[in-house]
Design a protein around this ligand. Structure first.
Ligand code: FCB
Length: 528
């Protein structure tokens, strides 16, 4: 079922960059589900989105999906001040792709290139949130939301990536922040959710080390103009995803496939993360800075030492490759041999630039992965094998599936939260995304009775509650997503929203899952 686009396999499915999920893909290419299937085939390619837990005690997880018992669900209580929220990203919802002086991004370029998006669509209009943000905030308010995670489009603010600021772009985010605050909702800004200005890609993209300082300048501009109202900043969304899939596997814009270039891009992003942290804090004394990491628990395929070591490498590569440099100024051991500093373009002193005490850690959880060792020989059918990690990654396949084809495994959220808490001395955590594709549409009565999504969230939240009981310091949860939206390489074929969007009329209809989530937010209970 692997879909090929222009000769490339795109694993992710849901958003183009995530190689690991299925069909939801990211890039153009495929959805996460196909991706996963492929990645089984593709071996090292699976590294993309990586999230995994390396050191789980047993080879494969034992706890089945849906395992939280009804009495435990009925007993679950979340704290009164818990921040219930939803997440979106600029390209996926804003539309207005060339309005008011906005420049072109690599996603505009990709979506305007025939063959890159599964249904031939693009984000030119998307949910038109640029013009309808008030209506969307009214929905959040109706659902008792306390936090909204959105992202800023770099070329909307700096059409060429550097230089002249487009005041109308700043004004948009300023209006958005004001309207959120007025509704009693915390604005949570992700600075970069994959919208690189095309002008900067033309200058080499993320493998070009100069981008670290261009990016820090952009972050400083945002903090200077918006930092009196926005206090929560995440420099990057899923850095492991856009670097690997943009430059290593070629599954996402700008569709480059060269592992050395990916490693260079990864290092630039780690420098950028550290530099942006300091720039934001310098521009706004109220700022707190964390990040939004895609994290997938990684389980070894067998109990062999080789597979356990492979799982540990992938955990380091996917889950820790951007958090470890922040907390410790070092790279984790993601490689079979030594860390390839030269390939990465690492210079002495970089460890100090990368090291910053993140105020909190953002965790997305979608799927778990299974890793096995390939150091004794790469199966010939594997494409995109990463010679530095020598691992094959597969999507796990034991639980029930979403309509996007990804396995639902709520317990993976518990495992991941406990692992991050243990490894980083119990940091404050924000769940920055979880969600699933369920294609339910309005019935004759106009209602969207997406009961599977309710169960999906109930189980994930139960696992979250359990992790909090066991010591994870989680203060917020953002469901992906407020709205059905443009799902990267899958276009409009994957619905993740708590609110149904008719992409012809742009009419919004809150789904039953949205109404349920609103009751959870009001009561802190899951049996509502
Ligand atoms: C996440 C992305 C988000 C969306 C969801 C389904 O990995 O951050 O933009 O694509 O997957």
């Amino acid at each position: 079922m692997a879909v090929k686009v222009q000769g490339m396999q795109n694993p992710l499915g849901n958003s183009p960059l995530n190689a690991v999920r299925t069909d939801s893909g990211r890039s153009v290419p495929m959805d996460r589900r196909s991706f996963l299937k492929n990645s089984l085939i593709a071996g090292g390619g699976a590294l993309l989105a990586g999230r995994e837990i390396a050191a789980l005690e047993s080879s494969l997880p034992q706890q089945a999906a849906g395992a939280v018992s009804p009495p435990e669900i009925a007993a679950a209580r979340f704290p009164k001040d818990f921040l219930w929220g939803t997440a979106t990203s600029s390209y996926q919802v804003e539309g207005a792709w060339n309005a008011d002086g906005k420049g072109e991004s690599i996603w505009d370029r990709a979506a305007h290139t025939p063959g890159k998006i599964r249904d031939g669509s693009n984000g030119d209009v998307a949910c038109d949130q640029y013009h309808r943000y008030k209506e969307d905030i009214a929905i959040m308010k109706q659902l008792n939301m306390k936090s909204f995670r959105f992202s800023t489009s770099w070329p909307r603010v700096l059409p060429n990536g550097t230089g002249q600021v487009n005041q109308k772009g700043i004004d948009y985010y300023s209006r958005l922040a004001d309207a959120l605050l007025e509704a009693g909702i915390r604005p949570f800004c992700t600075i970069y959710h994959w919208e690189l200005p095309q002008a900067l890609e033309d200058r080499g993209g993320w493998p070009n080390r100069d981008l670290a300082s261009y990016y820090a300048d952009f972050a400083a501009i945002l903090a200077k103009h918006l930092g009196d109202r926005i206090t929560v900043w995440a420099p990057f969304n899923m850095p492991e995803d856009f670097t690997r899939n943009g430059y290593g596997t070629g599954w996402a814009p700008p569709f480059k496939s060269n592992i050395d270039q990916f490693l260079k891009a990864a290092h630039t992003v780690n420098l950028a993360q550290g530099m942006a942290f300091r720039a934001i804090k310098a521009a706004s004394s109220k700022a707190t800075v964390g990040s939004a990491y895609g994290m997938e628990p990684i389980y070894p395929k067998t109990n062999s030492e080789a597979d356990r070591a492979a799982a540990a490498r992938i955990h380091n590569y996917h889950n820790l490759f951007y958090i470890e440099p922040a907390f410790h100024g070092t790279y984790p051991k993601a490689f079979i041999g030594e860390i390839p500093y030269e390939v990465m373009g690492f210079k002495s002193g970089d460890e100090k630039i990368m090291k910053v005490p993140l105020d909190w850690v953002g965790v997305h959880y979608y799927v778990r992965l299974i890793a096995s060792d390939t150091s004794n020989g790469v199966p010939p059918e594997l494409s995109n094998h990463d010679p530095f990690a020598q691992t094959r990654i597969e999507l796990a396949n034991d639980g029930p599936k979403t309509d996007g084809g990804l396995e639902m495994w709520p317990h993976g959220l518990y495992d991941m939260l406990m692992q991050v808490s243990r490894d980083y001395n119990h940091p404050i955590i924000e769940i920055t995304e979880t969600g699933g594709v369920f294609m339910d549409a309005p019935g004759a009565d106009g209602r969207v009775t997406d009961l599977r999504r309710i169960e999906f969230y109930r189980q994930h939240l139960a696992e979250l509650g359990r992790a909090m009981k066991d010591g994870a310091r989680v203060r917020a949860y953002h469901a992906w997503s407020l709205l059905d939206n443009f799902e990267w390489g899958s276009g409009y074929t994957q619905r993740y929203g708590l609110t149904y969007v008719d992409f012809t009329t742009l009419k919004r209809t809150i789904k039953d899952s949205g109404l349920w989530y609103g009751r959870v937010a009001a009561t802190g209970r899951l049996d509502v």
